[in-house]
Design a protein around this ligand. Sequence first.
Ligand code: GFB
Length: 308
Amino acid sequence: MKNSKIYIAGHTGLVGSAVLETLVNNGYSNLLTISSKQLDLRKQSAVDDFIAREKPDGVIICAARVGGILANNTYPWEFIYDNLMIETNLINAAHNNGVQNLIFLGSSCIYPKLAPQPLKEDYLLTGPLEPTNEWYAIAKIAGIKLCQALNREYGRNYISLMPTNLYGPRDNFDLQTSHVLPALIRKFHEAKNNNHAPVTLWGSGNPRREFLYVSDLAEAIRFILEYPGKLPSDLINVGCGNDISIKELALLVQEIVGHKGDIFWDASKPDGTPRKLLDIGLIQSLGWKHVVNLREGIEKTYDWFKLL
Ligand code: GFB
């Protein structure tokens, strides 16, 4: 098992790098990776050739075009096209080369914008999506369906994990394209170093989000990889089980960073979905639970950011 050849697609990103680290630390000795320079996952024949040549035993798809609310809203084409191509090429090549086990990663934004909370797996496709990220969400829903179609028709074991908002070391800290947590860390840090200048954040601060430290997701992936026997579902949420408003999050990051200035809210920027708290009953019933709490995770991420 630990010498199975497992291909981690997207091993340099936030999630892929944490998965690589976790599996190496747990004795996996035959992990396969390739840089995006050497293999463009959007190119079908290149992906086919790579998978046919390497013949992995399992595939973990961490590769994706990801970004925060503004990036999703500004680049609808890149978010839908790149994600559709990456996942279709990888899942198709894996299936054609007899790969029986695959893990695909999505996001909590696949659920309807106004679905009841917490979000259960079976709320998928029960209502309209949040418009700022429907392009990304539709690509991810297609990925879930690709896996489910192969499971149903060909008996594959292709599992889709739906993580909540993730953060941690090696995240994207670019203020135009990042998610909220790295943006807050950077904004408060730079403002502190600028005589505690005011910080401007986006939207109203009222939306609520659930955050999971990326090493916890990597552990959840390992847990699913090593799960003995058949899983009860091929769509499983991964979260920590509680959420926080963006205003509360801002105060927490401000305190951890040590910024003492004002906070302003730019109402011209979108709020996005009001709330997306995952129901994590299913993965908890299997025996998995997160370990890193939000304060500790932000402190670790800030320590990493200061070394940049
Ligand atoms: O993390 P975030 O960009 O994405 O924003 P989503 C979360 C909330 O934080 C929104 C607010 O209400 C933002 O308006 N916010 C406040 C900020 N200040 C900032 C800031 O400086 N930068 C950013 N980025 N946000 C994404 C989806 O939605 O979540 C993706 O667009 C994906 O597709 C990802 O699903 C997990 O949580 O709203």
